[in-house]
Every structure is written in structure tokens, then in C-alpha cells.
Ligand binder design. Structure first.
Ligand code: IVH
Length: 667
């Protein structure tokens, strides 16, 4: 079908606008529109691209959700090799580096750029005529793996340069923030999947995925810091390179500084040695580079590493302490997690009193015993972990540890499924499960009920007042006042907070339910896509799995959850208790002409833009879907309707024209 000029223009405008919003959000960290509006723009674009396949483009923001899995990785040759760096482990080695540089530079003035060494995965991205053409891992420096579809999902990396040049090979580090890393590991621990050791492994594991939609779900980001091959731009210094990258729309790390004196560089390294723990991403050193590109070229490289740059590596932060006891926590999925209670010790910017032991296998492999002197570190600078036992310190009084054979919370049996490292309590009504489930239900990002911390929840449970989220909404003031540290006023505040949470958007409730693998983002996608809890509960696996970013794991977990009568009962109760079960943007006029209907728009409408028609349907209580299925109630067919029209005819779905649409909408 020929593409009308106005559609072409709209698609171009949408792509530009969406990418500008992506840039504001992911590069500048300052969002410019609401999520709902952003999703609306994306939907409009996806609809148009679906209707006019000729408009498909790898530069489109719709490519950022992933696309279809591949069979294997292809090797790509970098246009210019990706070198690695020599290391300096102390100030003396930095001074040696400075001496070597000065020798090679003769009487030239020297400037250094010092920048943070990001603990991630080096990548190279090639842009031709301003568009991302391909992306690769570093590999052996000469050849890397093609990860182009994965890289397109990293939203802080532009799909198009802001000021196109003929050819640009951009290098940088893909990383996962400490927060995203901790969240990912938490959900892996919940589901019994092996944990990532640090953010670098998590970033690498997420980027090197045959299925790019997995990458899209992993919250990766990237700081770019170097150029490979360049045609069409001329730059003189490394600091100019960084600013050039910034102007081209890349995220660069703003903490870089230019120095003339190596002693100042050493001071900078010292300053970051402690402050790096306050950064939201992991770093493992400082990279020092000669600023002048001409001098870089003159100094050249040895076989593997450049003579003009060096990595100052911080020693991994470790501390020695003693395991006082081992405590078993039961999570909301019933997994028993052992935690070492430590003699308090300072480590990487904080005092550490406990360290996760993850699971039975780790305790056995490391032969960890109660009373052992151990070396602890923070995995990826974040999670305290026992690295190893100092066996020489053993006195013989240490006690080997056995995982309990019954649940420490409820006394039921525990099982360890084949192939899983996790041991679980078999009792689906174990109080620990519902306590942890409730703690999650009221937490920030979920129902966010202020004043309802773990201590109050434990009290409510032990007083027999609450055993499920629905019970929270039945609490009365006289139930609360007698609780410890409660009083009239705080009881009222708590009731108000609980009451207010009834109006929380559907996506928060979805997340709060604690469906395995359904995090905040999946909650939003589901709410947006289906518009109501009822539709999500009824959605078949095949429909869920086809949603970008959902995939088989999440889809399976959603259908399992709602197949369980208990979950359905809980949702029913919550609904009767007045919680919002419809997505806000989708709830229009209750008596609206399209109330509860799924409408598909196809073909050009004369009186409305696609956006206006969609808003009208939503205002009148309906929901617009981009594709026709058995669930579609109505198809509005304008001029030149496409394949959606044919599909609607085939499925016998009611089709109306624009005139009828106007009559129904009464506008
Ligand atoms: S420059 C020839 N700058 O560290 C210059 N590398 O140990 C090549 N890295 O492979 C790299 N942050 O993965 C450079 N600001 C930074 C960096 C950085 C992290 C990584 C990179 C490189 C490794 C070398």
C-alpha cells in the first residue's frame, strides 16, 4: 500500500518526539512527559508501523523493545581494534606511567583526563550516516559478537546521531545500576534462579542474550568514552571527544576532570576511593588518559595496551570478621535463605552486620561454619557476601551448618526441587509467606501505604487481625489502637493511608500482588495493554507471550497465578473492598458508548486523527487495541483499511464506518 505523505510525516515526527523523550529520561535523567503519554505516543507509532510495513526502520523507537530471538551470535570485525588498558595498583605506578609518558612526549606539554572506570562491559557501536548500523562486544579486541538488536534496547544509546557524520565507531561501557542489579538478583533469588555475582556480570549476561526482549527488560545503561574509526569529524583532544559524544546524544560520565600534574590525578583517585560508594553505579578504578589525540597517536601502543592511558585499580574492599550465627529467612515465595549474622565490621562505606549466604550449596562449597573467621566483600559494591573462610583461624569450636528440615516459621516440611538451589517451605499458607507478601504489598512502588512497616505487619499478624492483603482494608480503628506504639492519632493516619491506597493505579496493584516475575514495569505494561484486572485474569498465555517485554516466563507466571482459585478469590475480595481494578487512562464515562469494548481503528479517518479517535473511544469507556483478535468488539474502518479489516471480516467482528462511529460517539 502506498504510504500517504501525512502518515510518513507523522511517523517521522513521532519517532523524533519519542526519542527526545527517551533522551530526556535516560540520558538527562529529567523526564519531560508522563509515562501514560509516552506509552500513548509509542502505541500510535506502533499502530502506524503495523499498518504501513513499508515504514519499518531500524531507527524506530519501536525497535527498543527487542524483537525476535536469534539462533546464535555472529562475529563482527571492529573497524579499529579495541585495546585494553594496563593497570596501576598504587600511586607509584601512576608516577611511573607519568614518567614514561613524559619521556615519549619530549618537551610537549601534557594534560591528562581522569575519569571513572565503570564496572561494565565494553562495546563498540557503529553509526553510518547518523544511524546505528551495528553493535558488538569487545571480544578479543579485533573481533566481537554482534549484539545489534540488544543494543537498540538500551535507551540511553541513541538510535540516530543528533548531528549525523559519515561514519562513527563509538566505544563505551554498558552497565547496570546498583539498584537495577539488586532488584534483578532479588527477583532471581525469589524464583530460585542463579544470582549474578556483580553488576558487570549482570550487564554482560543481559546484553549477550539471543532474545533481545530479555535485554530490553533488564534496565541497562551506557556511558560512552571513546571513538574508534571516524569519518566526517575532526577532534583534537579526548575531552573534546567526550563533549562531542555528549552533543551527539550519548550519555557521558560528567565526573571527568582535566589535570596537568600527575599528583593532582593521584589526589583525584584518592577522593573517589571512598566517594565511589555513593555513586548509583559500580566503579572499580580511575582511567587516566593523555588528553591530546595527537600525542596519543605519537605514543602509540604496545601489543595489547596503549602507552597513553592506564587504569588505576582500587583494591577490592574486603574485611575480616566472625560469623556469630546463621539465620534463616523465609521469603514470600517460601524460599529459605540463609544469612550470616556477623560481628559488625566496616566495609566499603558502611557497617556490615549480616551477609547473605544465598543457599545450601554455597555454604557447603565454601565450608562455612558458625564461629568461622571469614573474609567479606560487597558483590558489585552492594551486597555483603562471604568470600571465603580463613581456615587457619579455626580452633575446632566452629559448628558446621545444616539447613533445617522444617520451616523455621511454621514447622512444615521443606523441599528442594530438582535442579534448583533453593529450599522451599511446602506450606502455601506459611505465615512467613503472607508476612513477606504483605510487606511487599504495602511497600513503595506497590501500594505504598505509609506507616505500615514490617513491625506493624508482624503485630497485625500475631494479633490475628490480618492474614491477607484484603484484611488490611477491613481494619477498624479499635483494632489498631491497642497495638504497641500505636495510639489514636497514628491509628487514624494508618487507616487513612490504607483507605487512600484503594485509588492506586491498577499497575501498582498488579505489582503489589506479588506475581512471580511481575515487577513494576511488567505491571505497567499489563495495565496499559489490557485496561482492567478482569481482562488480565482472562488473558490466555498466547496473548500474553506476544506482548513485547513480557515473554514466556512472565506470561507463564501470570497464567499460573490467576489459575489459582486463591489468587482469584483475593482479587475478587479486593475489588469488593473498593480497590481500583481499571487502568486510569482507560476508565472513561461509565455510560459511554464504548464502555468495556475493545475497539480497533483501521484506515484513514476524515474527521479525526488517529489520536483523537483513540481519545474519544477511551473517553467513552472503551479501549483501543492495535490488532484484531477474537477479543475485539468493534472495528472502525476508515479509508483504505488494511489487513485488520480482512481479519475482522474473517472473524465475523462487527465493522462500522466513520459515519456510524460519529453517530455512536454522538459528536
Ligand atoms: S578506555 C584504549 N575508559 O576498562 C582505551 N575504559 O581495563 C580503552 N572501562 O576494556 C578503554 N571505564 O571495558 C576506558 N572510562 C573508561 C572506562 C573503561 C571502564 C573498561 C573498558 C576497558 C577496560 C580496561
Amino acid at each position: 500500500m502506498p504510504v500517504p505523505e501525512d502518515v510518513k510525516k507523522r511517523v517521522e515526527d513521532l519517532r523524533k518526539e519519542i526519542e527526545n523523550h527517551n533522551y530526556s529520561y535516560y540520558v538527562l535523567d529529567s523526564p519531560t512527559i508522563t509515562d501514560a503519554r509516552f506509552d500513548q505516543l509509542m502505541r500510535e507509532l506502533a499502530d502506524l508501523e503495523g499498518k504501513f510495513p513499508g515504514l519499518a526502520s531500524p531507527d524506530s523507537p519501536t525497535m527498543r523493545v527487542g524483537g525476535s530471538p536469534r539462533e546464535g551470535f555472529v562475529t563482527i570485525r571492529h573497524l579499529s581494534p579495541m585495546l585494553s588498558l594496563g593497570n596501576a595498583f598504587d600511586d607509584g605506578e601512576l608516577r611511573d606511567f607519568d614518567r614514561r609518558v613524559r619521556q615519549g612526549a619530549g618537551d610537549r606539554e601534557i594534560e591528562y583526563v581522569a575519569e571513572l572506570k565503570i564496572d561494565g562491559l565494553a562495546v563498540s557501536i557503529l553509526y553510518r550516516n547518523g544511524s546505528m548500523e551495528r553493535a558488538a562486544t569487545r571480544g578479543d579486541g579485533e573481533n566481537g559478537e554482534d549484539i545489534t538488536p540488544n543494543m537498540r534496547t538500551v535507551r540511553s544509546v541513541p538510535l540516530k546521531l543528533r548531528h549525523p557524520v559519515d561514519l562513527l565507531e563509538v566505544r563505551g561501557e554498558v552497565f547496570m545500576s546498583k539498584e537495577a542489579f539488586a532488584g534483578l538478583n532479588q527477583s532471581r533469588e525469589d524464583s530460585g534462579d542463579p544470582l549474578f555475582a556483580n553488576p558487570r556480570n549482570a550487564a554482560a549476561g543481559s546484553l549477550r542474550q539471543l532474545d533481545p526482549s530479555v535485554t530490553a527488560s533488564r534496565q541497562l545503561s551506557a556511558f560512552m568514552y571513546a571513538l574508534g574509526a571516524v569519518e566526517g569529524a575532526s577532534l583534537k583532544t579526548h575531552s573534546e571527544v567526550l563533549e562531542f559524544l555528549r552533543e551527539q546524544g550519548f550519555k557521558i560520565n560528567h565526573h571527568y576532570r582535566v589535570f596537568r600534574d600527575i599528583e593532582k590525578v593521584i589526589e583525584y583517585c584518592g577522593e573517589w576511593q571512598k566517594s565511589r560508594f555513593d555513586l548509583p553505579y559500580a566503579t572499580d578504578g580511575i582511567v587516566v588518559k593523555v588528553n591530546s589525540l595527537e600525542l596519543q597517536a605519537a605514543l602509540g601502543a604496545t601489543m595489547k595496551t596503549p602507552r597513553w592511558a592506564i587504569a588505576f585499580k582500587y583494591p577490592p574492599e574486603q574485611a575480616r570478621t566472625v560469623i556469630k550465627e546463621i539465620f534463616i529467612g523465609v521469603g514470600r515465595t517460601g524460599v529459605l535463605t540463609p544469612t550470616a549474622i556477623l560481628k559488625p565490621v566496616r566495609l566499603a562505606g558502611s557497617t556490615v552486620t549480616r551477609a547473605t549466604l544465598h543457599n545450601e550449596d554455597i555454604i557447603r562449597d565454601k565450608d562455612i561454619r558458625i564461629g568461622d573467621t571469614v573474609i567479606v566483600h560487597k558483590a558489585g559494591d552492594i551486597i555483603p557476601e562471604v568470600l571465603e573462610v580463613v581456615k587457619e583461624e579455626r580452633t575446632g569450636s566452629e559448628t558446621p551448618y545444616q539447613m533445617p528440615e522444617i520451616c523455621p516459621e511454621c514447622g512444615s516440611g521443606v523441599i528442594r526441587a530438582q535442579g534448583e538451589a533453593a529450599v522451599r517451605c511446602v506450606n502455601s499458607t506459611c505465615p512467613a509467606r503472607y508476612r513477606e507478601g504483605l510487606i511487599h504489598f504495602v511497600s513503595r512502588g506497590a501500594m505504598d501505604i505509609a506507616g505500615l512497616g514490617p513491625a506493624v505487619i508482624s503485630q497485625l499478624i500475631s494479633e490475628g487481625l490480618v492474614s491477607s492483603p484484603a484484611d488490611l482494608y477491613r481494619l477498624k480503628k479499635e483494632d489498631l489502637v491497642p497495638l504497641e506504639r500505636m495510639g489514636e492519632k497514628s491509628a487514624q493516619n494508618l487507616l487513612d493511608a490504607i483507605g487512600k491506597s484503594r485509588q492506586n493505579p491498577l499497575h501498582r496493584l498488579l505489582f503489589a500482588l506479588g506475581i512471580r516475575h511481575v515487577g513494576e514495569r511488567a505491571g505497567k505494561i499489563l495495565a496499559q495493554r489490557f485496561g482492567s484486572m478482569k481482562r488480565i485474569m482472562e488473558a490466555p498465555f498466547e496473548e500474553l507471550v506476544n506482548i513485547p517485554e513480557i515473554g514466556p516466563r512472565i506470561a507463564g507466571s501470570i497464567t499460573d497465578f490467576f489459575a489459582d482459585q486463591k489468587s482469584r478469590g483475593l482479587v475478587e475480595e479486593l475489588s469488593l473492598l473498593g480497590l481500583l481494578m481499571e487502568a486510569e487512562s482507560k476508565t472513561g464515562d461509565i455510560d459511554g458508548a464504548f464502555q468495556g469494548k475493545t475497539v480497533v481503528l483501521t484506515g484513514g479517518l476524515g474527521q479525526f486523527t488517529r489520536q483523537e479517535a483513540q481519545e474519544l473511544v477511551e473517553k467513552l469507556g472503551g479501549r483501543v487495541s492495535s490488532s484484531v483478535s477474537k477479543k475485539t468488539d468493534l472495528v472502525v474502518a476508515g479509508e483504505d483499511p488494511g489487513s485488520k479489516y480482512e481479519k475482522a471480516v474473517k472473524l465475523g467482528i462487527k465493522i462500522i464506518d466513520e459515519e456510524e462511529f460519529i453517530r455512536l460517539a454522538d459528536v
